[in-house]
Design a binder for this molecule. Structure first.
Ligand code: NAD
Length: 298
């Protein structure tokens, strides 16, 4: 099975490493040449261009920042479409947008190329362990074809519907994730200003009905500790919220809670550096608007 992977960042890099560890032959490309050297040392074949990956592989995974970049990498000048042969499969693990995915998939179909949207959840730690949740949109028969190597990456693989469905669910999942992080921090800010100890508050919340993934795995570990390094940037989360809000407008759901969370993250992104700071730095904005300190400064 000839397998290519484009985008060796926080997630793509770990997925590539995991695929290599599981004995897959991998042909990789990233615009950042430094990362390519690292993967050459790990036993991957490295490519000088997207074109090279497209000519030499029947299965190509993309793990890229956003929909615009995926579109450029697949349909742009020298994009994958010019080299992929009929019956080859593109598996887009980017958190992209359903509409762009449907558009790309329709164009590829005309060339006999199959596409799945297969975004991921679980973060860098679960990527390292091959324990990601993968939500797949597209033909179920194509999923069966690529399942052997998807199972090297993820332990919870779910077919969720037609093309774009995976990307829709991914955005909605992250809407919930951003919301629970924001509301947990907002509640903590109120408690701290009232004179409560943040660690005691967290302890109570995690033994009560307010418990959520952020309260259990992010607030003490990343924010109160001052680490801020989950490995998922603020702007990538903001991108997912934008996708979720667009989706809610498309289907005419008022989404009032989502809109409020979206505004908070939009404000945070507008402060700049969102591409490089961790998404947990949303805490800095809540500190600023609440006039409170959660822990060690960035
Ligand atoms: P990242 O910014 O760390 O990595 C993106 C990689 O893509 C970089 O190495 C970059 O050089 C490369 N790249 C950019 N443009 C390119 C191009 N034109 N051609 C080739 N390579 C290109 O991002 P990440 O955190 O790995 O996230 C990747 C995707 O996965 C995003 O869509 C993100 O929303 C999603 N995601 C991330 C996490 C996480 O915890 N980091 C979790 C789930 C999903």
């Amino acid at each position: 099975m000839k397998l290519g992977l484009i985008g060796l960042g926080n997630m793509g890099g770990r997925i590539a490493k995991r695929l290599l560890e599981r004995g897959n032959q991998l042909h990789v490309y990233d615009v950042n040449a430094d990362v390519l050297n690292d993967f050459e040392m790990m036993g991957a074949k490295t490519a000088d261009s997207i074109k090279e990956v497209s000519f030499e592989n029947e299965y190509v995974i993309t793990v890229l920042p956003n929909a615009d970049i995926v579109k450029k990498v697949v349909l742009g000048e020298e994009g994958l479409i010019f080299g992929l042969k009929p019956n080859s499969v593109l598996i887009d693990m980017t958190s992209s947008t359903p509409e762009v995915t449907k558009e790309i998939s329709t164009v590829l179909e005309k060339h006999g190329i199959k596409m799945l949207d297969a975004p991921i959840s679980g973060g860098v730690k679960r990527a390292e362990e091959g324990d990601l949740a993968v939500m797949v949109g597209g033909e179920e028969s194509v999923l069966s074809e690529v399942l052997p190597f998807l199972e090297d990456i993820g332990s919870k693989i779910t077919h969720v519907g037609e093309s774009g469905a995976g990307h829709a669910i991914k955005a909605l999942n992250n809407l919930i994730s951003a919301t629970t992080l924001s509301i947990t921090l907002e509640a903590l800010a109120v408690g701290i200003k009232y004179g409560l100890d943040p660690y005691k508050m967290l302890n109570v919340i995690n033994n009560s009905t307010g418990k959520n993934n952020s309260s259990e795995n992010k607030v003490a570990q990343q924010i109160l500790s001052g680490k801020y390094e989950v490995g998922f940037s603020l702007d990538l989360m903001y991108k997912d919220l934008t996708t979720a809000i667009e989706l809610s407008k498309r289907v005419q759901v008022p989404a009032s809670v989502s809109s409020s969370v979206f505004q908070l993250w939009k404000y945070a992104s507008l402060q700049g550096n969102g591409e490089i700071i961790d998404h947990t730095a949303i805490a800095k904005v809540i500190e600023q608007i609440s006039d409170v300190k959660f822990g060690t400064s960035l």
